[in-house]
Design a protein around this ligand. Structure first.
Ligand code: C2E
Ligand code: MG
Ligand code: MG
Length: 722
């Protein structure tokens, strides 16, 4: 200790006892001074005793000087002894005082040193705690620092889970297992957390006081439990147990409580940091993943393909890209709702992933479009088997909201070559090949070939043209007469749309209806045809009042029938034209009916309620099940031209056509045979009991004025007009 730290009181006391030269009087110096004092005193007293003996001898021998009477001598000796004693006593008093002061100061210094040591330990622990960022690391640092601070042996930290449970999240040398839980209010920790008060447990006395809190089996000699409180909110509890033979004191409890405040703040910070990190991770995950299916998104997929292309730059071809579009997804979405559509997409993603190898990557590009990066497509066999595996996986039915949903997929495949070095070109080619797969009948894969690109460009052009055609009213309706076979009279017309393309001329529906279906443009076209056909039927009836009013058949596309608006459209067409609903027949294909997901029947009933007739077009060509003839409110069966065309052979097809007609009759349905091209077919069909017929033999589809001239002008059973 330096002189500056010596108190003035001590310095004064030291001066008094003759320790003037000591700037830093120590207990040892005081003791030495005390010894010197008492030695001097002893010598003096011995000297006085000697003098006393001498004077008494002088008295016996009477050799003393005359002035030295015995009285004088006694008084002198007594006086000297008394003054020595007083001096020594006074010095001793000061020495004692100095001793006490120094002892006090030593105790104080020791306490101060201890305190300083603890403070620096606290600061160090605080620093460590605050520098750690991961929650688990923070908890471990807190526990270790607290045990080091108190020379504790074992301990644990419990954090609040929800509102009512504490869970052990960090332990040291403990028999408490991580993850163990206690309820709020139960046990020492539960009690401390609930009361938010620290608790010191020492020896048996406390054990009996807290016997409800400390289990009997738990041997605690001395321990403490301190709540971790941050901004008046309890986060958890820190439990510390002393080493054998050590007892924690109130002072230790205070020190740990102080530390616990810092610790709680550090825990809250670490939690905040973890939440922020999780949030950031989630954000960056979202930036590269599809939130619905959790597959990679386009950005991540492109990045992976770029990496793969760079890796494979010097090696023979290894990778391929598959572009996949779910067949009929739109129908599921429209009929079962978007939630069901989402569930279907998640299931599709799962099946795609399940049919890939470890290194392959699946991604969702949005809607029902998926992409796959195959990393091991060294040969065509590997490539096509991967595509087949995906197709097979998607073929089995999906169970969505109690419905069995059948979908499938069209896959386009592209492999890198010298002409397609980049990701964009690869993706574009795979996309083009996918459209080719769709056009070729769906449920298949197609490997990209260069000529597909030109076709795709043409298709894009066609789509743009279609949009324009709608705007500029480039569509016309041609009509094909429907003839009653028994009488040869035209009883109705079928409206068939055509596109008057400005450069390509008159286009048949096959050239644009499929694309219009896909893009949804068919809704506009279909609505227009419906209105136009109804209007035309009414006009003909007005122009030829003497003739039988012709019925009008209009084709409805799958897309139209998926929406309830079809009911309003039909009602509006009837209203606007004033056509008798009984004279309107709506033609639906079997495929439309087979894809029914529950709401087609009510929609058809609603249409029936308008008073219109419903016909099944191209009957016998779809994957039909006869049961739907009962299920749907149908009036007419239109036998597909493939049956009519083969009638001449007389065997198989003739039998089938006959069977269809008999079946229809049993079900009280009228029959119309399509595609009659020869007179012998008319006779055969008539003999089989078919009601009506339609075909080039009677008339081709014609513009309105020609069609009506043809219908009312000549006897159509006798000759073809085309
Ligand atoms: P569909 O409803 O079965 O119409 C009959 C088709 O068969 C017509 O073809 C017609 O020209 C053709 N056809 C008629 N008689 C004969 C014949 O004796 N021999 C042969 N080989 N063919 C014959 P088109 O006009 O090209 O129509 C094709 C399909 O396009 C229609 O088949 C129908 O499904 C669809 N379509 C036509 N117009 C519309 C429309 O306005 N809306 C919708 N959604 N689809 C339409
Ligand atoms: Mg038709
Ligand atoms: Mg047909």
């Amino acid at each position: 200790m330096s002189a500056d730290h010596t108190t003035p009181e001590i310095r004064r006391a030291a001066r008094i006892v003759g320790l003037r030269e000591f700037n830093t009087p120590s207990l040892e110096a005081v003791e030495r001074r005390r010894l010197q004092l008492w030695l001097v005193m002893a010598v003096l007293l011995m000297c006085l005793a000697g003098v006393a003996v001498l004077t008494s001898m002088w008295a016996i021998q009477d050799t003393r000087p005359g002035w030295l009477s015995p009285l004088v001598m006694r008084v002198a000796i007594f006086g000297l002894t008394a003054s020595f004693c007083v001096y020594a006593f006074e010095k001793e008093l000061h020495l004692r005082r100095l001793t006490f002061l120094l002892a006090d100061e030593r105790v104080l210094t020791a306490a101060l040193t201890n305190r300083l040591r603890e403070m620096s330990a606290l600061l160090e622990a605080g620093k460590a705690v605050n520098s750690a960022l991961e929650l688990q690391h923070v908890l471990d640092v807190i526990l270790n620092s607290a045990l080091e601070l108190l020379e504790g042996e074992t301990g644990s930290i419990m954090l609040l889970e929800g509102r009512h449970r504490l869970r052990v999240v960090a332990t040291k040398g403990n028999d408490v297992a991580r993850g163990q839980e206690v309820a709020m209010g139960s046990g020492v920790a539960g009690y401390v957390a609930e009361e938010m008060e620290p608790l010191l447990i020492t020896g048996e006395a406390d054990r009996s006081t807290f016997r409800n809190l400390i289990p009997r089996a738990q041997r605690v000699e001395s321990g403490m439990s301190v709540p971790l409180v941050n901004r008046d909110e309890v986060l958890g509890v820190i439990n510390l147990n002393a080493a054998a033979g050590r007892q924690f004191t109130e002072y230790d409890l205070r020190a740990v409580s102080l530390f616990a405040e810092q610790a709680a703040a550090a825990i809250a910070n670490a939690r905040l940091f973890e939440m922020e990190r999780a949030h950031t991770a989630e954000l960056s995950y979202r930036a590269f993943h599809d939130p619905l299916t959790r597959l990679a998104n386009r950005a991540l997929f492109v990045e992976r393909v770029e990496e793969a292309l760079a890796e494979d730059a010097d090696t023979p071809r290894r990778l391929a890209i598959l572009f996949l579009d779910v067949d009929n997804f739109k129908m599921v979405n429209d009929s079962l709702g978007h939630a069901a559509g989402d569930r279907l997409l998640v299931a599709v993603a799962g099946r795609i992933e399940g049919s890939l190898g470890h290194a392959d990557i699946a991604a969702r590009f949005g809607g029902d479009e998926f992409a796959v990066l195959l990393r091991d497509a060294a040969d065509d066999f590997a490539l096509t088997s991967a595509a087949e595996r995906i197709l097979v996986a998607l073929q089995s039915p999906f169970s969505i909201g109690g419905h069995e949903v059948f979908i499938g997929a069209s896959i386009g495949i592209a492999v890198p070559d010298d002409d397609t070095p980049g990701v964009d070109e690869l993706l574009r080619n795979a996309d083009v090949a996918m459209y080719k797969a769709k056009d070729s009948g769906k449920g298949r894969y197609v490997v990209f070939a260069q000529e597909m690109h030109e076709a795709a460009v043409e298709r894009m052009q066609l789509e743009a043209d279609l949009q324009r055609a709608i705007k500029h009213h480039e569509f016309v309706v041609h009509y094909q007469p429907i003839v009653e076979l028994s009488s040869g009279r035209v009883t109705g017309m079928e409206a068939l749309v055509r596109w008057e393309h400005p450069t390509k001329g008159l286009l048949p529906p096959a050239d644009f209806v499929p694309l219009a279906e896909e893009t949804g443009l068919v809704l506009h076209i279909g609505r227009w045809v419906l209105h136009e056909a109804c209007r035309q039927a009414v006009e003909w009836a007005r122009e030829h009042p003497d003739r039988v009013a012709l019925a009008m058949s209009v084709n409805l596309s799958a897309r139209q029938l998926q929406l309830n608006t079809v009911i309003d459209d039909v009602a509006a067409a009837l209203d606007d034209s004033g056509l008798d609903p009984e004279r309107l027949t709506l033609e639906l294909t079997e495929t439309v009916l087979m894809q029914d997901t529950g709401d087609v029947v009510p929609r058809l009933r609603a249409l029936k309620q308008l008073g219109v007739q419903l016909a099944i077009d191209d009957f016998g060509t779809g994957y039909s099940s006869l049961s739907y003839l009962h299920k749907f409110p149908i009036d007419v069966l239109k036998i597909d031209k493939s049956f009519t065309g083969n009638l001449r052979r007389g065997t198989g097809e003739g039998v089938l056509t006959h069977a269809i007609i008999r079946l229809a009759r049993t079900l009280h349905l009228r029959t119309i045979a399509e595609g009659i091209e020869r007179p012998d077919q008319v006779g055969k069909l008539q003999a089989m009991g078919c009601h009506s017929g339609q075909g080039f033999y009677f008339a081709k589809p014609l513009p309105a004025h020609e069609a009506i001239a043809c219908a009312f002008g000549v006897d159509l059973t006798a000759s073809s007009t085309s």
